[in-house]
Design a protein. Sequence first.
Length: 251
Amino acid sequence: MRRPFVAGNWKMNLDRASAVALAEGVAKGADSLVGVDLAVCPPSCYLEAVGRAIAGSKIALGAQNMYHQPDGAFTGELSAAMLRDLGCTYVILGHSERRHILGETDEEVNKKVHAALAAGLTPIICVGELLAQRKAGQTMTVIRRQINGSLAGLSPRQMTGIVIAYEPVWAIGTGEVATPQQAEEVHSALRKIVEDRYNDSIAGSVRIQYGGSVKPENAAELLGRPDIDGALVGGASLKVEQFLGIAEKAG
Ligand code: PEP
């Protein structure tokens, strides 16, 4: 049985005081939630402050990115060990904004996945097609390329430490959510890819989140689908009631 997992991606938003207030609000409200794993992923400069604010709560800490090298002359980057040091459990890797705005490739995502796992972090690997690719009928070609590229060289044991997030790029921050059918179709295809690469037991246990304009109003229908195991939430994770409203639907 897969335990649902809802994570908030705060992106490059908030300041220190509002990040701490949001974290405290979410931590307090999460007290009464059962049957769901929760995480928040603040900007890296607020990881430590948010980590303090959620200490002792049900909320885990995640980062939005990292670099694959363990240390050295890589100005501006953070290593997996540094994120662990800051109290992170999770790291989002290959988010579409990093792929499409910052040019991150599957090969780079794959190096980061290996480095994250080696340091004891759980990567949340994001995959998703552009609107033009969906319209051209290329959704599964794109998803297959991204997931196979991101998972290259991972052993079955390593695969058990992975979370996947299906985030159609056209649904991120647009208010246009994938229909539960559209999402389920890709989620079940992703699970099949994992089964073909590994086995049915690993495919049956890997958690696959949906991301893209998830709100309390549409969460129940999406999260009620058999292969959708939670949500990666952007905009709605910046409001305590909205994030908790989604989390409630997942539990
Ligand atoms: C995201 O950026 O991961 C995301 C899903 O954003 P939003 O919920 O705002 O669409």
